[in-house]
Design a binder for this molecule. Sequence first.
Ligand SMILES: NC(=O)C1=CN([C@@H]2O[C@H](COP(=O)(O)OP(=O)(O)OC[C@H]3O[C@@H](n4cnc5c(N)ncnc54)[C@H](O)[C@@H]3O)[C@@H](O)[C@H]2O)[C@@H](O)CC1
Ligand SMILES: Nc1ncnc2c1ncn2[C@@H]1O[C@H](COP(=O)(O)OP(=O)(O)O)[C@@H](O)[C@H]1O
Ligand SMILES: [K+]
Length: 496
Amino acid sequence: MKKYYDSASVAKLDAGLISSGIPSAVLMENAGGAIARDVLELFPANGLPRRAVICVGAGNNGGDGIVVARRLALSGWAVTILLTRDREALKGDGAVFARFVPSSVRWEASGRLSDEEVLRAFDASDVVLDGLLGTGTTGEPRGEIRRLIGLLNRSAAPCLSIDLPSGIESGGPWVQAAFTSSIAAYKASCASGSRRTACGRVKLHALCFGEADQLEEPALCGLERSDVAALAPRCPNWAHKGTRGGVLIFAGSDRYRGAALLSARGALRAGAGLVVLASSSSVLDAAAASLPDAILERLDDGSDAASVLSRWKDRCRAMIVGPGLGRDGRAEEVAAAAAGFDGSSVWDGDGLSFLPRLGTSSGRRCLTPHEGEAARLLGGWDFESAPDRRAEGARRLAGLFGPTLLKGPGSLVAGEKISVIEAGGRVLAVPGSGDVLSGAVGAMLAAGLDCEAALVVAGWCHGRAGDRLTERLGADGRLAQEIADELPQCLNEVCS
Ligand SMILES: NC(=O)C1=CN([C@@H]2O[C@H](COP(=O)(O)OP(=O)(O)OC[C@H]3O[C@@H](n4cnc5c(N)ncnc54)[C@H](O)[C@@H]3O)[C@@H](O)[C@H]2O)[C@@H](O)CC1
Ligand SMILES: Nc1ncnc2c1ncn2[C@@H]1O[C@H](COP(=O)(O)OP(=O)(O)O)[C@@H](O)[C@H]1O
Ligand SMILES: [K+]
């Protein structure tokens, strides 16, 4: 379990360490030393001259930057410290460490430089360090700090953020970093959504010695392979298809044919023992050739849904409602009939739009919205305005409709607990990827998992499928069906 903490807890930890007798300058030297080692490792000199600009704000985050400046300069780097205030205005430990910076380091006040001059300095660097704002951020970035965040994001030079990308603790703007060297704890603001991708590659460093033990409850927990393995279904060797469990899928329409096929493929690849796909004739025509493993049921009319349901409800433990279903009268009738199913169900895509009208479910129900769908279900929701908005939105949806997997980078699963799916990346951002996920959730429900566990296991395997594809074939241009076809290996990693 990877633990994410909010800034207040980390600031409290810092304060606790200092009051127990560890001088704050020691903490800053440790933090700056670890970050400097990251820079030296990421950008080995190999006999080349190396250059860094270090942006330094008014707080201790900037103080860490001053320590890094000294260490890089002593390692032969050409370093410029770009201050958002005059050097005389430096306070605290940062002011102390400023006295020990070698004379080779150039000091500049950013306010005296034009945008073009700052950009030129950034672009001439191997790396720009972001020591503008840390855990002491209050409100949206202001003044020089706001300007430098904008310029950092325009520069072609890679950015390494000290502790966290500046501005990320606020409603923005925030730095888009290539690397983040996180101090003492992973920050909850970096766990999920667009803020997660703004951190780039994150490395965690202890401040002194095992201080993380002194942190209180994490704000969020990240699911790693062993956490998922503890929940994953085990399929005995004597299993028959009935043991694996059946999935009934209401999906697809004349306009959206692929969604139903991808959902069914996801369910089959995630180990369902029986897949019944109920869809419009045009989808079934395509399915007959490409999905020989599924049973096909005609769903041209909304009234077909009730008869399909009564035919298959005893053999299907789980149901998927929504991928590509449309939102017309036919889809509404299907959703109304599906609401009477007393097994487990996952609602996705178009199916989600009917949930507010359906009332409480007779069975166990979960949902897999992306932010757009989630915002509609919540009657409008801004996911960006504060770091905890995604978690709060996911919790609310879980309270209103059932356990929820809120999609996006660092997908969140909210049920009894709230957790972050650590696996996955932009390779998953392809059409039909969510349909595959719905199929995998259906298969996990069919295998007998409860809703929250099914979302966790399917969500992790879907993300892991993306990671495996990225490692082997790259992160762009993959197809949703490839994600589905990678699922068996991912399940193997957690089920064996
Ligand atoms: N002893 C400690 O507390 C340690 C802190 N460390 C570093 O110090 C950071 C926290 O330091 P601070 O508490 O000084 O906080 P910051 O470094 O985030 O700076 C806060 C200061 O920035 C200004 N500011 C805040 N919000 C702003 C906004 N929206 N726009 C413009 N200016 C703003 C204010 O002057 C405020 O005093 C951590 O993130 C970490 O990098 C590390 O050096 C380890 C030890
Ligand atoms: N940048 C990203 N990083 C990680 N995962 C992503 C990213 N973009 C999308 N995803 C994942 O890809 C899937 C997309 O689902 P969705 O938006 O429903 O697509 P579709 O409707 O085409 O099936 C989700 O599982 C989501 O979490
Ligand atoms: K920072």
